[in-house]
Design a protein around this ligand. Structure first.
Ligand code: NYM
Ligand code: MG
Length: 224
């Protein structure tokens, strides 16, 4: 008899990452309709989840209504993922695919762009559920800034986004590669027309969803 966990049919954990204005939210919506249309059970999530108590603290920090130490806000973003971990696992095991707009990679990329040590930033993420697929919507910071302007929240400045892009690059070169056996990481050229990006995403996602439906164990982040 095969290991129960590894043969269990489940939903896929699909994460979209990228700079602000890279198109994650639009693509999440399109992907949701696509999977829904194929008859899959699917939910769209996003981090930060601003609906929880922790999420409200994060939201007021992002709106510049409160000041927090760089490490304190980093840990709040992480706690915000931890408070959703068990629900996330329940949903996946019940067969629901989750499309998640930002996850631990945002946590590490944005905080390390402030100069925090990258390994320190990764530590609180250890043990969270590892995505089955990470889609990085790749766009130069200058191009993202041209897209109808930023929303005015903290971090939404070109100079800072350039640093975040560098941090994401370091993550892609190091940690993403080292757990590639757990999660497929796919870089998508986000400068293409929105329909082309959508098409590229559909292709990789379809494979991933089928693999999870056939049975794949759930892994944890960054235990390499
Ligand atoms: N952000 C997001 C972080 O700094 N750390 C995190 O862990 C996460 C999930 O919050 N500029 C930043 C990235 C964004 C900001 O996200 C708000 P959004 O997707 O604009 O709501
Ligand atoms: Mg934003």
């Amino acid at each position: 008899m095969e290991n129960k966990n590894s043969s269990e049919s489940r939903g896929a954990l699909i994460v979209l990452e990228g700079l602000d204005r890279s198109g994650k939210t639009s693509q999440s919506t399109r992907l949701h309709s696509f999977l829904d249309g194929l008859g899959y059970s699917v939910e769209s999530w996003r981090f930060p989840d601003r609906n929880t108590g922790v999420g409200q603290m994060i939201s007021s920090y992002l709106a510049n209504e409160s000041q927090l130490d760089d490490r304190a806000i980093h840990l709040l973003f992480s706690a915000n993922r931890w408070e959703k971990r068990s629900l996330m696992e329940t949903k996946l095991r019940s067969g629901t695919t989750l499309i998640v707009d930002r996850y631990s990679y945002s946590g590490v990329a944005f905080s390390s762009a402030k100069g925090l040590d990258i390994e320190w930033c990764k530590a609180p993420e250890m043990g969270l559920l590892a995505p089955d697929l990470v889609l990085y919507l790749d766009i130069p910071p200058e191009r993202a800034a041209e897209r109808g302007g930023y929303g005015g929240e903290r971090y939404e400045r070109l100079e800072f986004q350039r640093k975040v892009a560098k941090s994401y690059q370091i993550l892609r070169d190091s940690s993403w590669k080292s757990h590639l056996f757990l999660a497929v990481q796919q870089t998508i050229d986000a400068c293409c027309p929105v329909e082309d990006v959508e098409k590229q995403i559909r292709e990789v996602v379809s494979d991933c969803v089928v693999t999870c439906q056939k049975g794949k164990s759930i892994s944890q982040l960054w235990l390499h």
